[in-house]
Design a protein around this ligand. Structure first.
Ligand code: GAP
Length: 513
């Protein structure tokens, strides 16, 4: 068994970003031109990882839905809507008026920040001000920690010495008390008052570039589902309670994209809108909240880093009756992977009023007509992919060919998510071994993502696959040429067993299931 040694959290993110680039998981978008902030490309391994994640979600939600609270499989339908829709959708949904982030600018260096992510941090003992800085953070605690970490050694020593007497005054830039401002986190200059910034990307449809031709890139996939709710009801056999699921791109002109892919301007969502009778909404909310939380655990986010957090009533949107976040402790802090909300009949009611279409549902059995309530589990593919990458990353030591212990980076992905399931190597590039190995590859490829490598020492080839998260490596060697057996090495334990070459497919399939 490998000798575990987890890296320090602070440089873990740097290591993950570097591995992601080096091994072709994630690249900065249009990097040859210096990149573009908030946009990312998935390389050959990354696209497989993200696709496996989306396929697993689609399979577990749409094709083989979970068993509901009544013991029957949940009814689900899939959908793939256009990214650009009639702009009236976004007026009805409230996005045109309300999809805003508060924005502040530095009057001195012109840097721009999300006002709810910048804090003024002051530490003073009476008139003696030890610290007065601006800090970018998600919470007051994080801001205080960031300000302390950024202080010079003399100030840090004073903070420690006077710890009992220090008064900390910390406030968010958009909630600054009258007459007080927040220093710029970059240059210390003064920040402007907060103003609203709508995050929807605008574009023009057709040849005219005037307001009549303006449209939006969707900031969420959910509204396409509401707009098609009647279509799905009328063209399929589903009836309330049922859900519509969609995976697709969403675009938000985030003021400050950051933390690698976590907050991007173009990203993918996996969303379910589940329509139910208002009297059953609490039951379905609890069901979906717990089911979605368990899904992440099942796929490897097992550690104490995953949590389910119910929102306080004060955090709820005005239309929501309940909301919970599935959160993960990334190296940069605890943050949301997926939100599950009881959105009541807010969306259907809004579209009913704006479009003038009847959105009610008639139950033939109970003879009741009603507007369904909606439970919405809404997750991000990119955030989930990043969480699985962070969770999978580990460092340990493994012996090389000469038995000397060497550092090993290994991505311990759940086999369902692993980009490559099995790699096949000939021990050497001669004596008929490459031909045998390629024949095995041809047998495996129709069933799973398989990879062939004949370059370099076999130990190095194992290590490259460990870094890619490949659960199994098969080696064709001299003994294969005599008795048709191969070695199969397991990524996590690094244990090797010898099995007949004909049995490799079944052996791997059994362990991937
Ligand atoms: N329809 C509800 C909705 O869109 P949201 O909390 O704004 O809710 C849902 O977004 C999920 O989409 C989030 O939990 C997150 O995983 C993902 N997401 C939101 N903004 C994102 C961004 N800028 N970059 C990456 N993922 C994002």
């Amino acid at each position: 068994m490998a000798n575990e040694k987890q890296p320090q959290e602070q440089d873990l993110m740097e290591k993950i970003v570097s591995l992601a680039k080096r091994r072709g998981f994630i690249y900065p978008s249009s990097e040859i031109y210096g990149g573009i902030n908030g946009f990312w490309d998935y390389g050959p391994l990354g696209v497989e990882l993200k696709r496996n994640l989306k396929d697993a979600w689609w399979q577990d939600i749409v094709r083989c839905p979970p068993t509901g609270p009544d013991g029957l499989p949940v009814e689900m339908a899939g959908l793939d809507c256009s990214i650009i829709m009639n702009p009236k959708v976004w007026e009805a949904s409230g996005h045109v008026v309300n999809f805003n982030d508060p924005l502040v600018d530095c009057k001195q260096c012109r840097a721009r920040f999300r006002a709810d992510k910048v804090f003024s941090v002051k530490a003073a003992v009476g008139e003696d001000v030890l610290v007065l800085v601006g800090a970018e953070a998600d919470s007051a605690d994080q801001a205080r920690a960031a300000a302390t970490a950024a202080a010079n050694s003399k100030t840090r020593r004073r903070l420690e010495e006077k710890a009992d007497r220090i008064e900390w005054v910390i406030f968010r830039a958009d909630l600054a008390p009258e007459g007080q401002s927040t220093p710029c986190p970059l240059c210390g200059g003064q920040l402007t008052d907060a103003r609203k910034f709508n995050m929807m990307f605008k574009t023009f449809v057709g040849a005219m570039e005037d307001s009549s031709a303006m449209a939006y890139l969707r900031p969420e996939t959910a509204q396409g589902i509401f707009a098609n709710y009647k279509n799905v009801l009328d063209t399929t056999r589903v009836g309330v309670p049922f859900g519509i699921a969609q995976i697709g791109k969403a675009f938000r002109n985030e003021i400050n994209p950051r933390n690698f892919t976590f907050r991007s301007r173009e990203f993918e969502q996996m969303e379910i809108e589940f329509f139910c009778h208002p009297s059953e909404a609490d039951k379905w909310y609890t069901f979906w909240r717990d089911t979605r939380y368990q899904w992440y655990i099942k796929h490897g986010l097992k550690s104490s880093k995953l949590r389910l957090r119910d929102h306080e009533p004060s955090e709820l949107a005005h239309y929501a009756r309940a909301c919970a976040d599935v959160e993960y402790e990334f190296p940069f802090g605890i943050a949301e992977l997926e939100g599950v909300a009881n959105r009541t009949d807010f969306d259907l009611k809004s579209h009913q009023a704006a479009a003038g279409r009847d959105m009610t549902y008639y139950n033939d059995e109970t003879k009741e007509r009603f507007l369904p309530y909606v439970i919405e589990p809404s997750g991000g593919c990119d955030r989930a992919t990043l969480a699985f990458l962070c969770e999978a990353y580990s460092e340990d030591e493994a012996p090389d060919e000469k038995g000397v212990m060497q550092k090993r980076i290994v991505l311990r992905f759940h086999p369902r998510l692993a980009p490559i399931k099995v790699a096949v190597f000939p021990l050497v590039k001669k004596d008929g071994m490459p031909e045998k190995a390629r024949a095995l590859l041809d047998k495996l490829r129709p069933h799973m993502a398989a990879f062939y490598d004949e370059k370099g020492a076999v130990g190095r080839r194992y290590r490259r696959q460990d870094e890619a998260g490949t659960p199994f490596c098969v080696t064709v060697d001299g003994q294969t040429m005599q008795d048709g057996s191969v070695t199969i090495r397991e990524r996590d334990s690094m244990q090797q067993v010898r099995i007949p070459m004909d049995g490799v497919l079944a052996h791997v399939q059994e362990r991937l299931a």
